[in-house]
Write a protein that binds this ligand. Structure first.
Ligand code: SF4
Ligand code: SF4
Ligand code: SF4
Length: 337
């Protein structure tokens, strides 16, 4: 179906007007819900010691190359500054004032781990026109499929957490993002970052169980003792004794943007550690998908035209001759000589 400008403006205006009156009636479809056995991670910033073992393990498990500061000719260390086409997981640090107290907003600091949050209703999946981003119906893992990707980078622009990155420095750049180590999980192993984390700051488990564990931590008073699981929640790795921090009384990812399978606890306000807080409790695809997919349908005629052009080019070029080249290419070669 071709969509003209008037149709598009009508659809967009209808959605906008509906949103102003009532969010529910602006939904183009029902918000998606999490699979019952979805797997996830609880990242507790108060347990993170900033060792970056998870960053190194992520690189190794996913065969990602090291990254160096631009302009430095001699480098010995992998020093990624942010998520990129070479880095799927990064530890960042919040700092304030004299930076003396860990997990304090004022005159303090906090670590924060950033990678894909494996959203319950992911914008990247909704925005991808060729289904190169998919969400597993059982585990909820959001995966990128390189073989289907056309490099349009819609997922890069759609992700509210600025996660997918494009490899700009190679001739055949690809989208890169954390796939929750799906290849390791398929072999019964833990995601590399959870496996290597010495404190349990990155803790793997079923999302429902992780939420209960997070609520238990939030229900305790600061200074109270707690046994912090490591590796996998309910796994057989010995837990670590510690004390409860002065948490923000909220589990980030429980509701934000329809929920995420990576959950965050922090003592520093979430917006200060770089997580968007002024967001709705539903994923954006619930209000944009209808309009957007109508537009994709509108793209079919240009795609058909492109396919026709490709066919015509090949037909004009003809069949390869004995040298393996098409007559058109051979002619161009002769003209040059
Ligand atoms: S964080 Fe971004 S890339 Fe990851 S699932 Fe959500 S929308 Fe997709
Ligand atoms: S789950 Fe795997 S890919 Fe994702 S951040 Fe952890 S180690 Fe990296
Ligand atoms: S391995 Fe654990 S403690 Fe070390 S930086 Fe990563 S999340 Fe923090």
């Amino acid at each position: 179906m071709a969509l003209n400008r008037r149709d598009f403006l009508k659809v967009a205006a209808a959605a906008g007007a509906a949103g102003a009156v009532d969010t529910a009636s602006a939904f183009q479809r029902e918000p998606k819900t999490m699979p019952p056995n979805a797997v996830g991670m609880l990242y507790d910033a108060t347990q993170c010691i900033g060792c970056k073992a998870c960053v190194a393990a992520c690189k190794e498990a996913n065969h990602m190359p090291p990254e160096h500061d631009a302009g430095k000719s001699e480098v010995m260390w992998d020093v990624p500054m942010d998520l990129s086409g070479k880095t799927l997981n990064i530890i960042k640090v919040y700092q304030d004032g004299n930076v003396t107290q860990k997990d304090r907003e004022i005159n303090g600091y906090s670590f924060v781990k950033r990678h894909c949050l494996h959203c319950v209703d992911p914008s990247c999946v909704s925005a991808c026109p060729v289904s190169a981003m998919t969400k597993d119906p059982k585990t909820g893992i959001v995966e990128h499929h390189k073989d289907r990707c056309i490099g349009c980078r819609y997922c890069v622009y759609a992700c509210p957490f600025a996660v997918p990155k494009f490899e700009y420095d190679g001739p055949f750049g690809q989208i890169q993002k954390c796939q929750f180590c799906a290849h390791l999980q398929a072999k019964g192993q833990l995601p590399a970052c959870c496996d290597v984390c010495p404190t349990g700051a990155s803790l793997f488990g079923l999302v429902e169980d992780l939420k209960k564990e997070a609520q238990l931590r939030l229900s305790k008073k600061p200074g109270e003792s707690h046994r912090f699981a490591r590796g996998k929640l309910g796994g057989n790795r010995p837990a670590q004794d510690g004390t409860i921090a002065n948490y923000q009384k909220h589990l980030y990812g429980d509701k934000e943007l329809g929920g995420t399978q990576i959950l965050y606890l922090s003592a520093v306000p979430f917006e200060k550690i770089g997580l968007p807080t002024n967001v709705p409790e539903y994923g954006y695809p619930a209000i944009t998908e209808g309009i957007q997919h109508t537009l994709y349908k509108g793209m079919l005629p240009p795609l058909a035209l492109l396919a026709g052009l490709v066919y015509l080019v090949h037909r004009t070029a003809g069949k390869p001759d004995e040298s393996g080249e098409t007559p058109r290419k051979t002619k161009v070669k002769k003209e040059k000589s």
